[in-house]
Design a protein around this ligand. Structure first.
Ligand code: WTA
Length: 652
């Protein structure tokens, strides 16, 4: 089924003339090179982009697929790639520009970054006994110390695992336990909308009872009162100054792990996605250069949080690996008003701005004309990530923010892909609203028919897959090889061989442009954040009155998708109690996962639609949540009347 034809916008000639990839011919040449000589392509970029301590002697080894190895024999340190190697030329260049929620500002040059990170590494080594291979949890607000902590871990060869500051104590505890982390780095709290909020009490709670964590490093940001556990909690401010600003980088193998990042899957608890050193940093840097086309004197701003993969690759590792200036922002884009981001663009002369469709929708709704009030002429590239962008949001971004002259890069990727895999190139790709366009050179991303394993044609839909391993590909799920194989390589095969399946559906339009249509599994995408329905269900099930629950996604004007729960109570008669029950259940979700998983809708029903073998028919529940007519045959349901009862409950 083909959609209505979308308008095509040609790249701005002014930017295109100097872009790293200038036109579709150059793009095709790179793509063909990778197709014809895959190893040669990657070998050449790995040699050019990475500052090796010892060169690699083998490009890739896929004999043990899906456990692949890249650049074996090579030795490097990612913190050297991000800092040391820039000192010759960029010592006084701003590496990080920080703006706090309340408008406080800080510029950190590459030389200063070097000093901070080396001190931090020495502190972790001597006061926290962190050594190569140890897992370190980072539970931090968006302050420069979060980046120092990441890079200090990289310097020591310790594996960091950042937990987004919005996650609850239970969620934090699960991740600490799964990673068997030795140290937690946190802050007392930070500021949001000019008010302090707290993180340290959440850490205290997560560490109650038995825990593998020996010590906690506390950075003071908001100065609010916190509890200090003697012998366990150490204050950063009291330790850091006594350490030397020189810490020899650990010599790391290409395939030594760099970090774990927990993300939701369709079943069970979140999984610890593992990324390794060389392949990840190579692709972080290459995509930064190609997709954002950041120039030496540019200032780049990505509004993500370091707790998500976007913050890893496109606030810290990618920009610093290429020696760019990256902006870090503690606050929320709509505070004090929806002009905040545009005010910052004007003030810092931001050239590339990268955010999520949810933020664009909110900024549009709350401040349609706000971009007009600022000088946004510095902007060249506008990025979006995390969820499909709807054409009206795209159009506003393009016209009101970009003044119809910037490139929109709708970047499609995932925690597991390490960096972008499908995206326009700002100087080259003619763009269309809502299209992530084409695979990046070197990435064999294609839409396959899951039944035949063949690439689908233009105008057709299928599963978004990557048919060859690439350097930044997920290397494993921490501690669970079987789950790694099953999660990504179980569903689609091409020519008899398993390929990486993203979990997303996609389609080619009449010109072969890729549009991502959304998850095909039980993962929902709330404001660009991945949420497993199974996780939310497990939390709701903790309410002692709940007999059964099914959670689905429902389209939401601002968030993209909202969370919709169908709940069956043990006591059939809960009439009149719905509001109180819903509050109790949301309180449990907040405690188990965090505010980001709160349900937008809860409906109390007498039963769920199930097949005779007891499987919940989620498709029916999704259709009801969307308000769509039920088109599928309900006669195979164990109790077909259940559907009418659900409708009745919804209309009650
Ligand atoms: C979705 C975020 C449409 C997709 C980087 C994917 C997108 C999930 C886009 C990964 C996009 C990401 N268009 N959908 N441009 N980018 N997604 O792991 O469903 O938090 O599988 O990584 O977000 O979410 P994750």
């Amino acid at each position: 089924m083909s959609e209505t034809k979308k308008p095509v916008y040609q790249p701005n000639r002014e930017f295109a003339a100097t872009a790293r990839i200038k036109n579709m011919c150059e793009y095709e040449t790179l793509r063909e090179w990778a197709c014809e000589d895959y190893e040669g392509f990657w070998e050449s970029f790995a040699k050019e982009k990475i500052t090796w301590m010892t060169p690699f002697n083998k490009v890739m080894d896929e004999r043990n697929f899906p456990f692949v190895k890249w650049f074996e024999g090579g030795k490097l340190n990612v913190s050297v790639q991000c800092i040391d190697r820039h000192l010759d030329k960029r010592k006084n260049k701003a590496a990080i520009i920080f703006e706090g929620d309340r408008g406080d500002k800080q510029t950190i040059t590459y030389m200063e970054l070097y000093n901070h990170v080396n001190r931090f590494a020495n502190m972790l080594k001597h006061d926290f006994e962190v050594t190569k291979g140890d897992r370190v949890i980072i539970y931090m607000p968006m302050i420069p110390e979060a980046a120092y902590a990441m890079l200090a871990c990289a310097r020591l060869g310790a594996i960091h695992s950042i937990v987004f500051g919005g996650f609850s104590a239970e969620a934090l505890r699960d991740r600490i336990d799964d990673a068997q982390a030795k140290v937690v780095i946190t802050a007392d709290g930070a500021y949001r909308k000019n008010k302090p909020y707290m993180l340290k009490p959440v850490v205290d709670k997560a560490l109650e009872g038995a825990s593998p964590v020996e010590k906690v490093c506390v950075i003071e940001r908001n100065g609010e009162e916190i509890t200090w556990v003697k012998g366990r909690d150490l204050a950063y401010s009291e330790l850091i100054e006594k350490h030397s600003a020189v810490c020899e980088p650990e010599v790391m193998e290409s395939e030594d792990p760099l970090f774990l990042l927990y993300t939701s899957g369709s079943t069970g608890k979140p999984k610890g996605v593992q990324h390794n050193s060389a392949g990840y940093i190579l692709w972080a840097q290459m995509t930064m250069e190609w997709v954002f086309d950041v120039k030496e004197n540019d200032t780049y701003w990505c509004t993500a949080d370091v707790g998500w993969i976007t913050g890893h690759t496109y606030i810290v590792y990618g920009p610093l690996a290429m020696g760019a200036t990256t902006v870090m922002f503690e606050g929320v884009p709509t505070y004090p008003d929806a002009g905040r981001p545009w005010k910052m663009v004007q003030e810092y002369r931001i050239n590339q701005f990268y955010t999520a469709p949810t933020a664009i929708r909110v900024l549009h709704k709350m401040g349609e004309d706000a971009p007009n009030q600022y000088d946004l002429s510095s902007l060249k590239v506008l990025g979006t990530v995390g969820e499909p962008i709807d054409p009206p949001a795209w159009q506003w971004y393009y016209e009101a923010v970009g003044n119809s002259r910037c490139a929109i890069v709708d970047t499609y990727w995932q925690t597991e892909t390490g960096g972008h895999i499908v995206s326009p190139l700002p100087g080259a790709t003619p763009i269309k609203p809502g299209c992530a366009t084409f695979p990046l050179p070197g990435i064999m991303a294609e839409i396959l028919d899951p039944n035949t394993g063949k690439k689908v044609g233009n105008g057709e839909s299928g599963y978004m897959c990557v048919s060859r391993p690439w350097p930044a590909m997920i290397r494993g799920i921490w501690g669970d090889e079987e789950r790694f194989k099953q999660s990504y390589f179980g569903d689609v095969t091409k020519e008899g061989k398993p390929v990486y399946f993203t979990g997303d559906g996609a389609m080619y339009d009449e010109d072969g442009y890729i549009t991502i249509t959304g998850r095909t599994d039980d993962v929902i995408n709330v404001s660009g954040h991945r949420m497993g329905t199974a996780e939310v269900e497990a939390a709701i099930n903790k309410h002692e009155g709940v007999a059964e629950v099914a959670v689905v996604g429902k389209p939401h004007d601002l968030k993209g998708e909202g969370i919709f729960a169908y709940i069956v109570m043990k006591e059939a008669d809960s009439i009149g109690e719905e509001v109180a029950l819903a509050q109790e259940i949301n309180a449990i979700i907040k405690q188990e996962i965090g505010n980001i998983a709160l349900c937008d809708d809860m409906v109390f029903v007498s039963g769920l639609p199930k097949t005779r073998s007891g499987k919940i028919m989620r498709r029916i529940l999704r259709a009801i949540a969307k308000g769509e007519a039920i088109t599928q045959d309900t006669s195979t349901l164990e109790d077909p009347s259940v559907v009418d009862k659900i409708h009745a409950a919804l209309n009650a």
